[in-house]
Write a protein that binds this ligand. Structure first.
Ligand SMILES: [Mg+2]
Length: 183
């Protein structure tokens, strides 16, 4: 393994929290059959595909349907410097962080990115370079974002639906992420 990193950047949905049920339930409340809902997309794209206005989806979303993955809370409490880079709506994302008592150093959401998720802007706020962090995520979008910013991608292997490709670094349990911090 290379030099320990200074901080960990995490995606939120499908990485720190299991929000599949919340996503499906919100669409069901909007009149979409559960079996029509698919995962791993930017939410604006999935709303467009299903013909639902984003604000209707957000209004129907209930954060009480969201739970952290097992072991995530314990692992986060052992990471000194961490950040969130998520394409979730900002108010929804912040409400979840508050609900779980999580205080990342930086939390960037959809409104903070000009389009796709970008890690360079998060690195700027952290005052760190690409080699100083790893990005833990669960989708191809996350892998692209890491590559664009020169950051090592770590797949959140504890999520059974995580997109894992040949050559990926994989953390099978949340506590495995601590190994990148040199502990
Ligand atoms: Mg995700």
């Amino acid at each position: 393994m290379t030099a320990p990193v200074q901080a960990v950047i995490f995606d939120l949905d499908g990485t720190l929290v299991d929000s599949d049920r919340a996503l499906v339930e919100a669409f069901v409340r909007c009149g979409i059959p559960a079996e029509a809902v698919t995962f791993g997309h930017v939410i604006t794209d999935e709303c467009a595909r299903l013909g639902i206005a984003l604000h209707d989806y957000i209004a129907a979303y209930d954060a009480r349907d969201v739970q952290p993955f097992a072991g995530v809370d314990d692992a986060l409490r052992k990471v000194e410097r961490w950040a969130v880079a998520s394409h979730k709506d900002r108010d929804m994302g912040r409400a979840e962080l508050n609900a779980f008592g999580w205080s990342p150093e930086v939390a960037y959401f959809a409104q903070d990115f000009d389009g796709a998720k970008r890690l360079d802007v998060v690195l700027d706020v952290l005052g760190l370079g690409g080699d100083d962090v790893v990005f833990v995520g669960d989708t191809a979008h996350d892998r692209f974002a890491a590559r664009d910013a020169g950051v090592r991608f770590v797949a959140a292997g504890w999520n059974a639906r995580c997109d894992i490709r040949d050559g990926d670094l994989v953390a099978w349990r949340p506590e495995d992420v601590l190994e990148y911090l040199g502990r």
